[in-house]
Design a protein around this ligand. Structure first.
Ligand code: IPM
Ligand code: MN
Length: 354
């Protein structure tokens, strides 16, 4: 198969982890006989420095022309200390989500046997936890208008907006995943307070009837935050709106023991984007110490969701597991007293298993 991939390394550790992901993608293409076409473009602070725009039109064009986008990370500390900065790298991410129509962000949370003891939660709670968080990504507070300040500057407002088509689309996607898994869907909202959440719940109650094989559970977001920690194994597929999903997925990421392990897929109307959920980790940039496994596992999601090549995806996951079992891991997940390896060594090890 011909695979056209747009590479958007971005900022901080983005370039070095994307480099490891590329090696793994190449190894898979060689083993399975695919023809790779890779092109690189600017995004984030790197794009602001070069063009003044964190998501330049040229980058957008490349994304639109590709079968999938492999994304590193964006964010640079020089913008964090300057809240008045006119353009921020994060705006590039939001613009990309909007322009590519990335309406669903999928974050699988799975535990790795060799990492269970590193979770801040007790092993018996996390062992075997395996669920999908599906976050709506182009609506809600992030994009609702009006947003801003009053003239005197002393009042600020954001608007949470959801329309029926947006809600139906994400719920149907979530049911689709639930059907392929353990057939349980948890709809997370704040319907006891918010009008948008009440619309979510009303629509979910209608759609629920079309999926009699799936058990639908409704949960308020505050309760969901508690249950994630108390009994992560009780979840199969969780679906929620943009801001709740942002918060809950960071929370869910610690269940597995390291933020450095979690991949994500953003399903788009035009093309889909695959990226690790961790950020640009500027303190580690250029030091060859960052954990490349979240990026490598994001490449596995790319083979599965964008190219519909599940065997290739499985080969990557098996190689990651084998490499971890051999102890070839970066310092963030190396057990105390065991040696740790460089970013590039972990990438090489995964490639050798493929
Ligand atoms: C994420 C990030 C982004 C978000 C930021 C960087 C805008 O936290 O992808 O979860 O809030 O969506
Ligand atoms: Mn976030």
């Amino acid at each position: 198969m011909k695979l056209h991939i747009a590479l958007l390394p971005g900022d901080g550790i983005g370039p070095e982890i994307i480099q490891q992901g590329r090696k793994v993608i190449r190894a898979v293409a060689n083993r399975f006989g695919h023809e790779l076409h890779e092109r690189e473009a600017l995004v984030g602070a790197a794009a602001i420095d070069a063009t003044g725009n964190p998501y330049p039109d040229e980058t957008h064009r490349l994304c639109m022309e590709s079968d999938a986008v492999f994304f590193g990370a964006i964010g640079h500390p020089k913008y964090d200390h300057d809240p008045s900065a006119k353009v921020r790298p994060e705006q590039g991410l939001l613009a990309m989500r909007q322009r590519l129509g990335l309406y669903a962000n999928i974050r699988p949370v799975t535990t790795f046997p060799s990492l269970v003891r590193q979770s801040p939660l007790q092993s018996h709670l996390v062992e075997g936890a395996d669920f999908l968080c599906i976050r709506e990504l182009t609506g809600g507070l992030y994009f609702g208008r009006p947003q801003g300040r009053s003239e005197d500057g002393n009042t600020a407002y954001d608007t949470c907006v959801y329309t029926r088509p947006e809600i139906e689309r994400i719920l149907r996607l979530a049911y689709g995943y639930a059907l392929q898994r353990r057939k349980k869907l948890t709809v997370v909202d704040k319907a006891n307070v918010l009008a948008t959440s009440r619309l979510w719940r009303e629509i979910a109650r209608e759609i629920e009837k079309e999926y009699p094989d799936v058990e639908t559970e409704y949960m308020f977001v505050d309760n969901a935050a508690m249950r994630l920690i108390q009994s992560p194994k009780s979840f199969d597929v969780m679906v929620t709106e943009n801001m709740f999903g942002d918060i809950l997925t960071d929370e869910a990421s610690v269940i597995t023991g390291s933020l450095g392990m979690l991949p994500s897929a953003s399903i788009g109307l035009h093309t889909s984007v695959f990226e690790p959920i961790h950020g640009s980790y500027p303190q580690a940039a250029g030091r060859n110490i960052a954990n490349p496994l979240a990026a490598i596992l994001s490449a596995a999601l790319m083979f599965e969701y964008a190219f519909r090549l599940p065997e290739e995806a499985a080969a990557i996951r098996q190689a990651v597991a084998a490499s971890m079992e051999n102890g070839i891991v970066t310092e963030d997940i190396a057990p105390a007293g065991s040696p740790s390896y460089a970013t590039s060594q972990v990438g090489d090890s995964v490639c050798s298993h493929i």
